[in-house]
Ligand binder design. Sequence first.
Ligand code: C2O
Ligand code: CU
Ligand code: CU
Length: 535
Amino acid sequence: MDKKITISRKDFLRLAGFGSLTLLSSLAAGSLISGCVDAGEADLSPTHKSSLSKWEPDVEIALKATLGEVQLFKQEATRAWLYQGRVLSGDPASLQHLPDTYVGPILRFKVGQKVRIHFTNELPEPTIIHWHGLHVPHEMDGHPKNVIDSGETFIYEFQIANRAGTYWFHPHPHGRTGPQVYYGLAGLMLISDDEESALGLPSGEFDIPLIIQDRTFNEHNQFDYLPRGQFDRMAGFLGDQVLINGRPDFELSVQARPYRLRLLNASNSRIYKLAWEDGSPLTVIATDGGLLEIPLQRDYVTLGPAERVELWVDFNHWVVGSKLRLQSLPFSGIGASGMMGAGGSLANGASFDVLNVHVGRATSEGERLPDRLSEIQWYKPGDAVNPGQPRRFNLEMQGMRPTINGRSFEMEAVAKDEVVKLNNVEVWEFANRSNGGNLRGRGMMGGMNMPHPMHVHGLQFQVIDRQVEPDSMRDWESVQHGYVDEGWKDSVLVMPGERVKVLLKFEDFTGLYLYHCHNLEHEDLGMMRNYRIDP
Ligand code: C2O
Ligand code: CU
Ligand code: CU
């Protein structure tokens, strides 16, 4: 960024509200940030100013959302919306741009670091950044009510309290998250800690992020979003080609040695069923919220929108010179999204190639896969205040509208059954009830059976139970062996006819957070609600 960051009065007011944040000097001490200081009520009193200056960040970053062009194909460049940034102070390796792409940058932080990010909106419409998976105060979470207009700056200040892992960030304005992510806005946030470093996992050039997205380009190489209008919106956007790290021609050249591959499904609504073409099993070492306890083997991994999974891949398993393909295998039961595929684009549940890999000679000795990766503090259902009576969220299509308990998003509204208590552990149940059995082949009605990748802001949860209706069993069997529920999650795929129970704990922060379907078209159609953590 060569432009000076100018902070408008409105932003100063926002900043002023952050005075209370300086209380968050130590998360370990369990400081509590209560309530939101409304920007309108705050004033620029000296105390606020001085408390602001007392928050001394370890890393300070300027980040902007802006319009740009990237050369993805020969001839015409593709117009995209991009995050660009630079490190103002602290470790210069805290921000890394990926070359020749619209995705990124990669932010790298260590647990305990205090971070200040000056975010400037240079888009022609309002936006705000959400830090997906992070445990931060609600004012810092990128709620749609905190959108900033074109030309404005929002200053984020938070301390990294999550475990080491692969997190990400993306826009969160109400009704426009789908298109803003689609046009290019999404980046990774990789967090490390001592426990993880001590394991000696493959690092540097052997630690590779792979952001998986699908896109459709028109004949002028421009992003085509929802070409078929409203029906596409309800089904969720599905592109006709897969891009890795924002490149249509991405190929991975590796050495015959172990690698850490960090996979993020940053697609608007596509689900991937990832497997090696030759049937070699996948070794999973981490999920949304970081390392598993032990490495796990899967024949395939099912990755819904927003989910992350980290693989340990020892390419020494293949002959030097071989070419491998990571594929998405076919699966069934996704109703409308599957039917849309018949109309020309790549169906959700179709089979296609995701990644080409070339195996070359190793120049260095490889690491050994650790037997144990981390400690996970498992919640017990008995810890919950409602062990036998989960807080129930019915995921239902009402006509063209996907809803949660029959409700749609309202900016500030919280229903009685959406209020929880600080420090409580609860069981939540997401129920994707199919519309009276197997309706496939009955046109539109069958299309109402849709997957809903459910995401809860502000915390990581644990999946404790999955049930499926008998009618949906066969379809479910085509994806369920690829679920990785043995670790921390912030997003969980709920397939048609499926009910998923999770255990969550509301810690450190009170206030307004979101939970929603991470099919971004569903989210934009209002399949999102607030929940509130009360003291
Ligand atoms: Cu990645 Cu509210 O979402
Ligand atoms: Cu999120
Ligand atoms: Cu949904």
